[in-house]
Design a protein around this ligand. Structure first.
Ligand SMILES: CC1=C(CCC(=O)O)c2cc3nc(cc4[nH]c(cc5[nH]c(cc1n2)c(C)c5CCC(=O)O)c(CCC(=O)O)c4C)C(CCC(=O)O)=C3C
Ligand SMILES: [Fe+2]
Length: 374
């Protein structure tokens, strides 16, 4: 007997940010990212340099190829034959191209998207829903009907959470080895995520625990799970701020915080990239290059924990979330596990509804999930 755990979906699509793969790609990529966003030119030149420092190649596409292949293996292991594609917002392979090619052989395709972004905010969730709406509209104008849904934001799904827990555990033992033992009075754990503008943070906190609150809840869960294994005080800091210096973004920046901590007598840190699913350019440049250099100058011992990458808990969690979403759309009430007090961000439950993480611009989103009462 065979059942299709992903019905009513015809295909899965891994949806990501995209990144350049050679020097000539860097500027056109940055133009795509910042189209209509008012990022100062100086910032673009500066960010371009981060990429040129790595030969113009972001690691993100390679990491997504690995994630795609890990997801394929996990689906195969579970006997699922539904195809899985990969598409990006800002660089080749572009979502619309991938979807167009697939839908050409199968009109009316229903896609279920898995995006490489765990938390709620305009940049990390709603903007993907705008991308899906735009893709539906573009193909619709070409006479090709398609539909999209997406899995829930998964920062508190046990798969992602357990993967993060493992990364912290390994990082702690590395710091301990490097420094001859964990020392609460002189060491800290810095959980790092991508800074966002305060207004984006505020919009994210209307219908959900918010971008910042979700990170804090996950950190609390990790600390609870580790118990005495975590003798060091954890805190949340930020990286990769951009935009005008007059616009407030979430702080403290990791480099500023390292300076303060060094002045307070801290001599070692474990840096955990909890906001990122893989070691892409923010991790390679902002953490492994820039923050590591700040720590070196301050003579701080610096260990960077792994990102979840293709950790088995993470990968099988993503497949569980796809199954969960498909079952919800079949009218079933699947188990929706979550490790933090906020609970699962079930689409349309209020979290991730039409008004969740609303941006400054009015743009069509897809799928449209009204919350009860909206
Ligand atoms: C929350 C968040 C995530 C995490 C969630 C997720 O993963 O989606 C994320 C991921 C990423 N951000 C990336 C790259 C960039 N982000 C930029 C700009 C911005 N990011 C923002 C937020 C986020 N970004 C914001 C509020 C801006 C300001 C402009 C705007 O309102 O959009 C810019 C423009 C230059 C600059 O301003 O730095 C670049 C080049 C890459 C690719 C890395 C690689 O190539 O390996 C990835 C994975
Ligand atoms: Fe970004």
């Amino acid at each position: 007997m065979s059942t299709n755990e992903l019905a009513p979906f015809d295909a899965l699509v891994l949806m990501s940010f995209g990144g350049p793969e050679k020097e000539a790609d860097v500027l056109p990529f940055l133009k795509n990212v910042t189209a209509g966003r008012g990022i100062p030119d100086e910032r673009l030149v500066e960010v371009g340099e981060h990429y040129y420092g790595f030969g113009g190649r972001s690691p993100i596409n390679e990491q997504n190829r690995e994630l795609l292949s890990a997801l394929r293996s996990e689906l195969e292991r579970r006997g699922v034959t539904t195809p899985i594609l990969w598409g990006n917002r800002n660089w080749d392979p572009f979502l619309s191209d991938v979807v167009r090619e697939f839908a050409a052989t199968k009109p009316g395709t229903r896609f279920l998207a898995i995006d490489t972004s765990a938390y709620s905010s305009y940049s990390s969730c709603r903007q993907y829903r705008e991308d899906f709406a735009q893709t539906v509209a573009t193909l619709g104008a070409e006479g090709v009907e398609i539909a999209f849904d997406k899995i829930r934001q998964y920062y508190n799904h046990p798969g992602f959470a357990k993967a993060q827990l493992g990364c912290v555990r390994r990082g702690l033992s590395e710091l301990s080895e490097l420094t001859g033992g964990l020392e609460p009075s002189t060491q800290r754990v810095l959980f790092v995520t991508h800074s966002i503008p305060d207004v984006m943070q505020d919009a994210s906190a209307v219908m959900t625990a918010g971008y910042k609150g979700q990170h804090e809840q996950l950190i609390d869960w990790i600390a609870g799970e580790l118990g005495a294994e975590l003798p060091l005080q954890p805190e949340l800091v930020y990286c990769s701020r951009s935009g005008s210096p007059h616009v407030p973004w979430l702080e403290p920046d990791i480099n500023d915080r390292l300076e303060e901590l060094a002045a307070e007598g801290i001599t070692g840190v474990l840096v955990v990239p909890i906001g990122f699913v893989s070691d892409h350019m923010e991790v390679k440049y902002d953490l492994d290059t820039e923050a590591a250099e700040t720590a070196r100058v301050l003579q701080l011992a610096y260990v960077r924990a792994d990102s979840v990458g293709v950790n088995e808990h993470f990968v099988s969690g993503l497949v569980d979330e796809a199954f969960e979403r498909a079952a919800q759309l079949r009218g079933e009430s699947p188990d929706a596990p979550a490790v933090t007090p906020e609970g699962p961000l079930v689409p349309g439950s209020g979290a991730c509804s039409v008004s969740c993480c609303a941006g400054v611009r009015e743009r069509a989103i897809c799928p449209v999930w009204p919350a009860p009462g909206e």
